[in-house]
Design a binder for this molecule. Structure first.
Ligand SMILES: Cc1cc2nc3c(=O)[nH]c(=O)nc-3n(C[C@H](O)[C@H](O)[C@H](O)COP(=O)(O)OP(=O)(O)OC[C@H]3O[C@@H](n4cnc5c(N)ncnc54)[C@H](O)[C@@H]3O)c2cc1C
Length: 559
């Protein structure tokens, strides 16, 4: 990708057809769609790309079994359309970035025949709604086979399970791939720059955004003919920059997940727990060698800090343990994350569980600000398509065929499931390193291994128990706009979503590489390491998990 310096030079005070505010899934998809349609586009993100909701998902590409149940109960055609559209987008997500996605079988354990029949009928309707986009037919799986697939399930009263298929994806890397594809098609994307106000011309139409660089604290202006507000949970705050008296549209629902060693519940299938005590759905999925379990659903307010609390841990483990032969305990948790779903509601009394994950595109009549709100990860591309149709209309352009429906993302060109073998043959790396690089970076993995060819020390692992290598950190800085330790360890490498304590222990190594790449002084490097270590310790404390003893992280002796 273009460097921070180059992007800053090219967007400061410059004029664009479109400026997209927010670099989560929806903003990145809007920027890519518009750029591919021939518009001149800038994308600005206050934190890191995927730094908010878009790296906090359950990582399922789905039509939404729970939303289908809601649609059946409500007899609401609009809710069916939400599910059908998502099922078709599921197929596109799988096709457009195969290295970051995969098909996944889900089992819904049944402890009563009536319940099994109810679920099987629901899932047959799910299959039918998917039509040609169906992955595989749902079916009843007998008790013996269910226990073979999930040996850790509680056996008492188990009659079997209902199996269906959806997709699974790497949310943070998918978001980055959207940004990288946008960049490589001529767009200008920058993270760590916050829009603080919007300016208008004399008839009152938006013409500029004041932006503050969060690293240098310098402010600058970006001019554009149209502005898209794709700030997810923060959408109301940007709407109010354009029209201060405008009423709020969003309700925010916090969802928390925890990660456990996969050994606590060995499985290659995902488990769907259809009804928790308070009527929610809970998932337990195999995820990169871990068991990812969530989510909770708690209403929060804009600006609330989002983290896994001890109440979240208690709820998630309490519900999970009802299905396990051997209970898991909090001290087995290795990591976690929380995010806020941006749900669009006009009724402040409606429960957040019941609001369909549908989206709204709003054009603020006086300023022309286009806000895209709601939706879900699975529908990010379709949301962007609809938004850019509106953008083209407001620019007086005739919209053509949307280019993103079949546009493969960066890293997917020429990729196949056995691409890792090519890496082993060409670069003589171990299969586990090759496999990880292949499913994380796709065919861009060779750029990382070229770095190792130049400097063998970059082939060393970052944490002992995981095949991530130091070259990935260099690549993250040079090619993926990473500027903080968290940018690297969370969104680029995924260590923070795999092990909190491991990420904390890797901070000194990562900080030192980052500091050398970005020209930090020793003090700046040590201060960044300390900040990150304190942050992880705080996450552990808030979840009421032991910090464990570890050697104080010293950047000086890291390499
Ligand atoms: C717990 C949980 C689980 C989920 N699981 C799934 C799932 O399995 N499958 C699925 O399909 N969907 C799932 N979703 C929904 C999905 O994650 C979200 O719908 C999607 O990520 C929202 O993307 P977004 O781009 O709208 O928001 P965000 O990812 O939050 O992006 C908005 C961005 O705007 C930036 N921003 C805010 N203010 C400014 C400003 N002033 N200037 C510049 N930038 C700004 C923020 O920093 C942020 O990065 C889940 C959501 C949650 C919370």
């Amino acid at each position: 990708m273009k460097s921070r310096q180059t992007v800053l030079q090219n967007i400061t005070g410059k004029s664009f057809d479109l400026c997209v505010i927010g670099g989560g899934a929806v903003g990145a998809a809007c920027a890519l769609d518009a750029q591919l349609r021939g518009l001149n586009v800038a994308l600005v993100e206050a934190g890191d790309f995927a730094g908010a909701t878009s790296s906090s998902a359950t990582k399922i590409i789905h039509g939404g079994v729970r939303y289908l149940e809601q649609a059946l109960k409500d007899f609401d055609p609009k809710e069916y359309r939400v599910v059908i559209r998502a099922l078709h987008e599921r197929a596109r997500m799988l096709d457009n970035a195969p290295h970051l996605t995969r098909k996944l079988e889900f089992l819904v354990p049944s402890y009563g025949w009536l319940n099994a029949v109810y679920i099987e009928i629901g899932l047959k309707i799910y299959d039918w709604l998917a039509g040609s986009a169906r992955i595989s037919a749902s079916k009843f799986v007998n008790r013996e086979e269910t226990l073979r697939l999930m040996p850790g399930l509680k056996q008492d009263g188990l009659i079997g399970s209902v199996e269906y298929s959806d997709g699974q994806f790497d949310d943070a890397r998918y978001n980055l791939a959207l940004v990288e594809t946008f960049d490589r098609n001529g767009g200008f994307a920058l993270n760590h720059v916050r829009v603080t106000s919007l300016s208008k011309d004399s008839p009152g139409t938006l013409c500029g955004a004041q932006v503050v660089d969060q690293l240098s604290q310098q402010s600058f202006a970006i001019n554009a003919k149209v502005f898209v507000n794709a700030t997810g949970p923060a959408a109301d705050s940007v709407r109010r920059m354009a029209a201060p008296a405008i009423p709020h549209r969003l309700r925010l629902s916090k969802g928390a997940h925890v990660l456990l060693p996969i050994e606590v519940f060995p499985t290659q299938q995902a488990m769907l727990i259809p009804k928790t005590d308070d009527g929610r759905v809970l998932f337990a999925l195999p995820w990169r060698g871990r068991l990812l379990v969530g989510t909770t659903e708690t209403e929060v307010q804009p600006g609330d800090e989002l983290y896994v609390t001890k109440e979240d841990v208690k709820f998630i483990l309490g519900e999970l343990n009802k299905y396990l032969a051997k209970s898991v305990t909090a001290d087995q948790i290795v990591a976690g994350f929380a995010g806020a779903r941006p749900l669009v509601s006009s009724n402040s009394f409606e429960s957040t569980k019941k609001i369909a994950r549908d989206e709204v595109i709003e054009i603020e009549p006086t300023s022309g600000l286009i806000s895209i709100m709601g939706g879900k990860w699975t529908t990010h591309r379709a949301m962007a398509e609809d938004t850019i149709d509106v953008v083209e209309k407001s620019l007086g352009r005739v919209s053509g065929v949307c280019p993103t429906r079949h546009h493969v993302l960066y890293g997917s060109e020429g990729w196949s499931v056995d691409y890792w073998q090519e890496l082993v043959n060409t670069y003589k790396v171990t299969p586990d390193v090759a496999h990880r690089l292949s499913v994380t970076f796709g065919t861009a993995a060779k750029n990382i291994l070229d770095l190792v060819n130049e400097d063998k020390s970059l082939g060393q692992h970052i944490i002992p128990e995981h095949p991530m290598i130091r070259a990935e950190v260099v690549y993250a800085v040079r090619e993926e706009l990473a500027v903080t330790i968290e940018d690297v360890l969370a969104r680029r490498l995924g260590v923070q979503f795999y092990t909190w304590r491991g990420a904390r222990d890797a901070a000194a190594t990562v900080g030192t590489i980052l500091g050398a790449e970005l020209g930090w002084t020793d003090d700046q490097t040590q201060s960044s390491v300390n900040t990150y270590v304190s942050y992880i310790n705080r996450l552990l404390d808030l979840a009421d998990l032991p910090r464990d003893t570890s050697v104080p992280a010293s950047a000086k002796h890291a390499l």
